[in-house]
Design a protein around this ligand. Structure first.
Ligand code: RIB
Length: 304
């Protein structure tokens, strides 16, 4: 069972010709409102990839909260541990420009009231977290997962400094280039050479480190191997949620007992296909679609 412990919200997505500069207003005709939040997105991606998923989070007692749960319920995610809180459901304003580049502001709302006592992992479960709930609850969630014999995966997005004690409890850490750079700076590592920094984090904390590099694929640094994955040959329309699709499908593959190479393949297929539809959740592929495309992802060892 995968337990996703994290954020949920509603995304207000605006297509703009170009992203506004600080102090600038840009006009656009329409907007769409879609379910989002990194936790919910990753729970959905894992469920679509075929995993059994429990989602543990907080929403407000409002219409945004009800709308934010729709896709999860349709995908068969167990949402009975989503609690209604006094703050309103989180909301993100997302601007996407004509090159598919985006800018996101998240108002955290009820996500700030999410507490680690909401999760009850069992041995063999896999607990997946992101960083859109209060950091103290993330670390406490890790403690609860590790104490109860669950596997722990953290997607350090959006990045906040991670205590060494938390890094040491992680089985898998997934970061993109921005997050890897901030992590390296925080740990006093050379942030100009990210693969090297990730390899050092792996060695020091005995944590598998996965680095996603957008259109350049993904890398994984594990105890006895380092791998580089390619990408699907696609033209990205909207990269919002691509990272979440990668993380959810990677986690689903790991919970299925697949090899590191196959986890990377699944994550890379899902991340690529998620870029073909607007918004975070609509492009997340079903298991059969991932299986049909997985052979398109090349995997090769990274030499020292
Ligand atoms: O990763 C994409 C997500 O980040 C969006 O769905 C938005 O809610 C923000 O949290």
């Amino acid at each position: 069972m995968i337990i996703v412990f994290g954020s949920i919200g509603l995304d207000i997505v605006q297509s703009v010709r170009r992203l506004p500069r600080p102090g600038e207003t840009v006009l656009t005709a329409d907007y769409i409102m879609l379910p989002g939040g990194k936790g919910a997105n990753q729970a959905l991606a894992a469920a679509r990839a075929g995993a059994a998923v429990r989602f543990v989070a907080s929403i407000g007692d409002d219409d945004f909260g009800r709308r934010a749960l729709v896709n999860l319920d349709l995908a068969g995610v167990n949402t009975t541990e989503v609690v209604r809180r006094s703050r309103p459901t989180a909301c993100a304003t997302i601007s996407v420009d004509s090159d598919g580049e985006n800018q996101i502001v998240v108002s955290s709302g009820a996500n700030l009231e999410t507490v680690a006592e909401q999760i009850y992992p069992s041995p063999g479960d896999l607990v997946l977290q992101q960083m859109e709930i209060p950091p103290m609850q993330i670390w406490a969630g890790l403690d609860r997962a590790a104490e109860r014999g669950a596997t722990t995966i953290l997607n350090a997005a959006p990045f906040q400094p991670i205590p060494a004690s938390a890094l040491a409890k992680l089985d898998v850490l997934i970061v993109n280039e921005v997050e890897a750079r901030m992590l390296a700076e925080d740990l006093g590592l050379d942030a100009t050479e990210l693969p090297g920094a990730c390899a050092k984090v792996q060695q020091h904390f005995a944590t598998t480190v996965v680095l996603t590099v957008g259109a350049n694929g993904a890398m994984a640094f594990a105890h006895n191997q380092a791998l580089q994955a390619g990408v699907l040959p696609i033209r990205a329309l909207d990269t919002v949620g691509a990272g979440d699709a990668f993380v959810g499908a990677y986690t689903a593959a790991q919970s299925d007992g697949m090899s590191l190479a196959d986890c990377l393949r699944w994550g890379s297929v899902a991340g690529g296909l998620a870029c073909l539809k607007p918004g975070a959740q609509d492009g997340m592929p079903e298991r059969a679609v991932i299986e049909a495309h997985q052979h398109e992802i090349t995997i090769r060892p990274i030499s020292e």
